[in-house]
Design a protein around this ligand. Sequence first.
Ligand SMILES: Nc1ncnc2c1ncn2[C@@H]1O[C@H](COP(=O)(O)OP(=O)(O)OP(=O)(O)O)[C@@H](O)[C@H]1O
Length: 466
Amino acid sequence: MTAHRPPDSNTLTTLLAAQRRPFSIITQNQRIKLINAALCEALGYAETDLIGASCCRFATTVNGSECRHQRFFRDLEPYVETDTVLDASGQPHLVRAQGFPVLDAHGTVYLGEMLQLLRGRCDVGNMVGDSPELRELITQLTQAAVTDAAVLLYGETGVGKELAAQFLHQQSSRAGAPFVVVDCTVLNEELFESELFGHVKGAFTGAVNHRVGLFELAHTGTLFFDEIGELPLSQQPKLLRALETGTYRPVGATATRQVNVRVISATHRDLTAMVRHGHFRQDLFYRLAVLPLRIPPLRERRDDLAALSDYLLRDTTTADGQPYYLHPAALDKLHSYSFPGNVRELRNLLHLGAALSSSGVIEADAIHLPTLMAQVARAPLPPPAAVSAYDLGCSELDTAFLRHLSPVEAAEARQILALLQRHHGNRREVAVSMTMSERTLYRKLRRYGLNRARSLEGSGNGDDAS
Ligand SMILES: Nc1ncnc2c1ncn2[C@@H]1O[C@H](COP(=O)(O)OP(=O)(O)OP(=O)(O)O)[C@@H](O)[C@H]1O
């Protein structure tokens, strides 16, 4: 597999390289700009079939109405939708499409769309590593796989929680059935029920079609609640009820439906502390954490570094098709680092190292370890008068969040933070200056961990999630 690397789009291709799932980048005039190798592999297309083609190139039906890509560029609202796409041989596949804005280095907005194929084998990679800690984890996951117990995977960001969940699913008797990811960061109060339980046509304004919910899609398989700590408190009783009874009712339907799913959830938060502080329901916590499994951070299993580096570099080749290798001094340098962004950060460092190396050997100099505040320092300075609680809040938030974001996301997070400071925390003004709705801004604040900070001046619109 070679990297898709047109010369003018380094920021976007870095983002693309960071995606394990089928991923495409779509322009404002609804053309496919870039795709990753996972998309070609999953659907059997050649890159040349898709680049420059219409955004709906592999849709099953294209009618006169607005497609989700058009709608995205109208509202700039992230979305999660179920759809059917055609592979190169014309076979339909049920997918979950997740779209969100991405920016290039010049600030041009594109749509990034990730596809999750919902039937058959999920795209599980290997759980790579030689450390005793990783071997112990694999043993625990394999033991958990023979039960149907709810597993809670917890650990820092980028540590491999989703990969572990896929591994568990693949080891279980449900391996031939769907593995469906529920991204709790996008499940706000409006979306929760129709996303999870589906809705019938006409259930509410805008429900122009029947929608299959994630519970139904995961029937007989595994439902993976990613970032479960982000689930709004108000929606938690609805999830608990569905899990306790094994039934749910689509929005607008009269009858309930039975469902048979295995539940795995994951969080980077301390859920027990959230329970103590009343931010997460205790009864739901016990329901989800029948088998709690901690995934240790990479700095606690440095023995994995060599094998992981080889594995993560396997897809990256030099211009003449040779694989990249780490020089021993470069590996030593990696050993000295604490990896707050864990395996995802290792992968980004290696890909950058490869991009900076002209030969196939990545020397120590090509490994750029971030200094603690390096990314924050690049953000524009706020005007002196705008000293607000963001200044206090962001010192913890930046280091915790920015490092695990893709370069494009980190740039956007810095931009939002700078605008919040400039506008004294007034979200409406920030949303206007970014030409996006307040709802979109609110989701981004949550995603980037900026929603915890509050304005001292009290001029924000006060809709913090906390
Ligand atoms: N042991 C491993 N072997 C190979 N790849 C791994 C391993 N652990 C993690 N990765 C890779 O690192 C990246 C991050 O992993 P993953 O998305 O599973 O982390 P996560 O803990 O779910 O992150 P987040 O908390 O941000 O959702 C993925 O590309 C994944 O394939």
